[in-house]
Design a protein around this ligand. Structure first.
Ligand code: HAM
Length: 449
């Protein structure tokens, strides 16, 4: 146990978000909500923990996430009759959304379900800049019965075009969008077999991690960043050569729709992603090195998961979605705003979040004026103004300094003002000071904004 003198700290890999930085988080989330609502999305909130089996079945036992990164515990039985249950803090939200889709029979509504979520996820990864054990995702999922058009390539293109719009509205610059098709699960099986065969004779030349991946999950070798292995990996078979005709046509239609909406993309034949549920379209958006993320340059990832509902015991419900790493989005906005400022560039769209000053600071002159100051603050706040109240024990100079830091104006409330139902108002920007009757105060303060 720690001694009483050593203060407790947030757990490794978790962090506190404090004002004024939280204003940027709120800004990002409100822009996301505004964009999503223009595309017809509604919010879904699923639990932060789920049965472990959901992720084992949905995300895949062999994936890094499930095999080594989950926070899992045995939840005690409450009664003798109840069995203990293995529960897990959600490492991602697609499996939970699809579980909710099945549980609430959303498919029976017949139409396309367009859902978004904003919330924390948990993975026991090695913490570093842009990689945390509790991190936030802003994600969307579009799914439904085949008759709702959920399988159509236009859905893929619409989701991707929406992402481009969101990043542009947030003022993220230099984003790069890469996509690929990983085909149907049958295509993947054939490709996996081909990869294993191609890897067998060269395996011993790869790094230790890749040797292990070549055995357990050969697709993961394609993700490897090990510089010594790149030539060998680039020479491996490409998944594009193993797609069936339907998957090839689907991918071509997605690309045509992206071209039509002028969303710039690069095809990356090695992009297979680390979760087992993906089929057909997979994608990632990155920002170049040196723009806030260090080596963790994936801002977001996503793709299609046409078989996931069936894997979880549900009806056929093809779907596509993405999750943005909100922590990484914020780091990027901050780094890009900083770089723009240093280069003397005019304001980025992202600067709209900079915290604003309050309308007024009320300075009661003497503790006897504290009740009147609070009553005035209540009246002004109810009229829609943002107000800070000082303290009657502060000297006038201290009140002025405190007010200048946080507000546009200071309202001085002395014995005389209270007796005559007035207030003395000083506007910092102009230096103008005036006595104003209480009846005119709201209007006067509104005109000073
Ligand atoms: P993912 O690629 O595992 O996909 O995560 C999406 C994004 O979450 C990443 O690109 C990254 O920005 C962020 N992220 C992941 N791990 C961390 C971490 N430890 N610290 C900070 N940020 C992190 C999914 O989660 C899928 N559910 C996405 C999806 C939705 N696919 C279809 N629908």
């Amino acid at each position: 146990m720690s001694t009483p003198s050593s203060p407790l700290k947030a757990v490794r890999g978790t962090r506190d978000l404090l004002p004024p930085e939280t204003a940027l988080w709120v800004h990002v989330e409100s822009v996301a909500r505004s964009v999503f609502s223009r595309y017809g999305f509604g919010e879904i909130r699923t639990p932060i923990f789920e049965a472990t089996e959901l992720f084992a079945r949905g995300v895949g036992e062999e994936t890094d996430i499930v095999s080594k990164e989950m926070y899992t515990w045995e939840d005690r039985a409450r009664a003798q009759s109840e069995k203990a249950q293995s529960l897990t803090l959600r490492p991602e939200n697609t499996a939970g959304v699809v579980r909710a889709y099945i549980e609430h029979k959303l498919g029976e509504r017949g139409d396309l379900q367009k859902l978004f979520y904003i919330g924390p996820q948990f993975r026991r990864e090695r913490p570093q800049r842009g990689r945390y054990r509790q991190f936030w995702q802003i994600g969307v999922e579009v799914l439904g019965p085949v008759s709702s058009g959920a399988e159509s390539p236009i859905r893929d293109a619409e989701v991707l075009e929406m992402l481009a719009t969101l990043l542009d509205e947030l003022g993220i610059r230099n984003w790069q969008f890469q996509l690929n098709s990983v085909g149907s699960s049958e295509d993947r099986q054939r490709y996996n077999a081909a990869l294993r065969e191609a890897l067998a004779p060269i395996k011993h030349q790869l790094c230790e991690d890749n040797q292990r991946r070549a055995e357990t999950n050969p697709l993961r070798v394609l993700d490897s960043k090990d510089p010594n292995d790149q030539d060998l990996i680039n020479a491996l078979p490409k998944i594009a050569d193993y797609l069936d005709e339907a998957s090839r046509d689907h991918f071509a239609a997605v690309l045509a729709a992206l071209d039509a909406s002028s969303v710039p993309y690069t095809i990356n034949p090695r992009l297979v992603r680390g979760l087992d549920y993906y089929t057909r379209t997979t994608f990632e958006f990155t920002v170049p090195d040196g723009q806030g993320l260090g080596t963790q340059n994936a801002l977001l990832g996503g793709g299609r998961y046409d078989g996931l509902s069936e894997m979880l015991g549900g009806p056929k419900a093809p779907g596509i979605g993405f999750a943005i790493g909100e922590d990484r989005l914020i780091l990027t906005l901050q780094a890009q705003a900083e770089a723009a400022k240093n280069a003397g560039a005019p304001g980025l769209a992202s600067e709209t979040w900079v915290s604003k000053k309050l309308d007024a600071y009320i300075a009661p002159m003497g503790p006897e004026r504290n009740p009147a100051a609070l009553a005035l603050a209540r009246e002004l706040r109810r009229a829609g103004l943002s107000i800070e109240v000082g303290d009657g024990t502060f000297r006038l100079k201290k009140s002025f300094e405190a007010a200048d830091k946080v507000a546009h104006t200071i309202i001085i409330l002395g014995e005389d003002e209270v007796a005559t139902n007035t207030a003395t108002v000083k506007t910092f920007a102009t230096g103008e000071q005036k006595k104003i009757s209480r009846a005119d105060l709201v209007e006067a303060l509104n005109s000073k904004q």
